[in-house]
Design a protein. Sequence first.
Length: 312
Amino acid sequence: MIVVCGEALFDVFCDGETAPGYALSARIGGSPFNLAVGLARLDAPAMFFGGLSHDLFGRKLAAALAAEGVDVTAAPRPAAATALVTVDVDAGGAPTYTLYGNATAERQVVPADLARVPRDAAAIHVGSYCLAVEPVASTLLALVRRQHGRSLIAFDPNVRLTIQPDRNVWTDAIAAMLPLTDLLKISDEDIGLVYPGTTPEQFIATALDAGVALVVVTRGAHGVLAATRAAGTHALPAHRVEVVDTVGAGDTFQAALLAHLARQQLLTRAALAALEPAQLLAALRFAGRAAAITCARRGADMPTLQEVPPQD
């Protein structure tokens, strides 16, 4: 079981102008929500641990997760509203996110809720802005510390300065997480936002020195860099695809990477540290093929295992 921790919310898209305003459509989302769905669609057992409201949006999120086969029994149900995030997609398909809501359900996860999370989980994934807002950030860090050495710890910062604009909060969260992380996935954009002037290669070296077993840097159209101490650093080009938008591409990549490693019985810190270059490249290629499918669709529409080609 892979436990995915963080936010579930609604992405709100503009479908065009009307005389009095805008036509909007709301779609279930949130990076950890997407990741949990992506795992389930790739036949990897997934559990969601994040605050789900009892409002109409929260009920829809819970039902959608359950319908995908994600276990929601651990999800707290606080008496708070669901967060709404507008998604403004530019001409190149890159999204900008603006959060509407404060003290919303995804933030209201507290230490008492940790008893819901099974101690025998194969992996714990944390990330996105729930590591940068309270009280959920402290709760998730406590969970990671509890499970460190017991479950594989996966981390994707997924930086959102429009939601938490204080860079120091992000750097503090990343600094706290790196020594506890086994598998780190981060985008080159996130590195640039939080560590201006730092190259992906420099960040990889920092993360490995901090104790991360496998570091993966996604670079959009420029492909992926990945490194372990034993296997060294490897680069893969991006898959060519007609991009509709890149919403959920990183979540798909991480879901596919975790699912592939789980299928190959490599979802442990020891296995990651001992990866042969061929094993690492096979995992990255599978994740890249899955992410390319999401880029060819609108929004975070994650592929099923049957949709992902077996070869490049």
